[in-house]
Write a protein that binds this ligand. Structure first.
Ligand SMILES: Nc1ncnc2c1ncn2[C@@H]1O[C@H](COP(=O)(O)OP(=O)(O)O)[C@@H](O)[C@H]1O
Ligand SMILES: [Mg+2]
Length: 403
């Protein structure tokens, strides 16, 4: 991709109303744009990052046998009345009506929709277990939408739902999902803790949150060294002074929901003895757009964002000075490298500042001084975003380092 045609351009100033780091940096660097409070466009580079996050999540979901699909966002009022959540979730649910006064909800979650699918399609214990997921938009009327893309009124979620014949089978799968989530957040490169949290109104069990340690977080979590799980302040009993603690950002949450939904929505299966029983159910969510914002909160410096190679929008930022670089750009593309090539006619200082702001892990510079492809070895300046050290390398050495 040539930077001269990349949409949009970077900005010198953060928006005046921006309070959080992810808001300031992701807008300045051209990853996202705010339409109104809590409502964001993912611009081309932001969408590339979220697509990479989604792919990591997708791989780990498929690895535990979950099947991807896509559910609608416009829901009839009737289905939400079956569980009583049309009224109970009144504060966060966006409701609307059409010209004939038929009422709808914009999806804030999908338990009821999956339960409807199950009762239409599951009859016997032989049809279970089932696990399905999708990536889609969620709408929630969040009162405080001030933390940039960490808290949207419209945001992306990967939500997985699983259905089982017994509590034991549900909890076995729940542990598998917990492991899969840990793998996802490890692959993404986060310093996080699996954290016991409240189960809401639907279960006497704990739920588990995946909490990234960060001062920008709204939650406070506690742990002791050696404990496998941390504890959210909301469920901590006993003396806090025995624990370490940190602010943290919740990036994922998993819920063992039992038979609460199946009982209310009449989703039954017939067991081996011919008895009708309610389906055991769990739901599991990760917010990829919040994940992007969280990465920026924990990985930046005073110059800009610092991506890792897993989710960086490009593998390499190639800066051409004095009209150089076109040939290296072509060679990198031919080698299968996803490269952003700064071919613009602007001062070198501006190019370097933009490279630091955008935060791609590897920066290459080709100029009069570094020579061009026809010159001998050592013609490309190589620098990593996390280091001040530069080296002169030839093309093959650069490729080796990147791959
Ligand atoms: N308003 C939001 N904006 C962005 N992401 C969100 C938002 N609310 C929830 N998420 C993401 O979806 C995941 C599952 O959400 P959930 O636990 O149902 O919401 P909550 O914790 O607000 O009750 C969260 O861990 C987070 O990653
Ligand atoms: Mg939660």
């Amino acid at each position: 991709m040539k930077q001269s045609s990349l949409f949009p351009k970077t900005r010198k100033e953060a928006p005046k109303d921006a309070e959080s780091i992810n808001h300031k940096l992701l807008v300045r660097a051209g990853f996202m744009d705010q339409l109104m409070a809590g409502s964001w466009t993912l611009l081309p580079m932001g969408w590339k990052v979220v697509t990479k996050i989604n792919q990591i999540i997708r791989e780990e979901m498929n690895a535990i046998g979950a099947q991807e699909m896509l559910m609608p966002l416009l829901h009839p009022k009737e289905i939400w009345n079956e569980t009583g959540r049309w009224d109970k979730a009144n504060d966060i649910m966006y409701k609307l009506s059409d010209p004939r006064q038929k009422e709808y909800a914009l999806s804030f979650t999908h338990e009821e929709i999956v339960m409807d699918l199950l009762r239409k399609n599951i009859t016997s214990y032989k049809d279970l277990p089932v696990s399905v997921y999708h990536f889609s938009t969620k709408f929630r009327n969040e009162l405080r939408a001030k933390s940039g893309i960490l808290r949207g009124r419209e945001f992306m979620m990967k939500d997985l739902y699983s259905a089982h014949t017994t509590e034991e089978n549900l909890m076995e799968y729940y542990e598998k999902v917990k492991d899969a989530y840990s793998k996802i957040f490890r692959r993404l490169g986060f310093n996080f803790k699996v954290t016991k949290a409240s189960g809401g109104v639907f279960t006497d069990k704990f739920t588990h949150e995946f909490q990234v340690l960060s001062d920008a977080g709204e939650d406070t979590i506690y742990w002791r060294d050696g404990d496998p799980e941390a504890i959210n302040e909301e469920v901590l009993k006993g003396d806090k002074k025995d624990y370490k603690s940190s602010k943290a950002i919740e990036v994922g949450n998993i819920f063992p929901l039992g038979t609460w939904y199946a009982e209310r929505m009449r989703a039954y299966f017939t067991d081996e003895d011919g008895k009708k029983k309610p389906i055991w159910f769990g739901s599991y969510g990760i917010g990829p757009t919040r994940v992007m914002g969280t990465w920026v909160e924990v990985s930046h410096d005073n110059k800009g964002i610092i991506w890792n190679k897993e989710i960086s929008p490009f593998q390499v930022h190639l800066i051409g000075l004095s009209g150089k670089g076109e040939d290296i750009y072509e060679k990198l593309k031919n080698a299968g490298i996803d490269v952003l090539f700064d071919d613009r006619d602007v001062p070198a200082g501006q190019k370097f500042n933009d490279a630091d702001l955008i935060g791609i892990p590897v920066r290459l510079v080709v100029s009069d001084k570094t020579g061009d492809l026809s010159a001998q070895a050592g013609e490309i300046e190589y620098k990593e975003r996390t280091s001040d050290k530069t080296e002169l390398l030839d093309f093959e050495e650069v490729i080796k380092k990147i791959k």
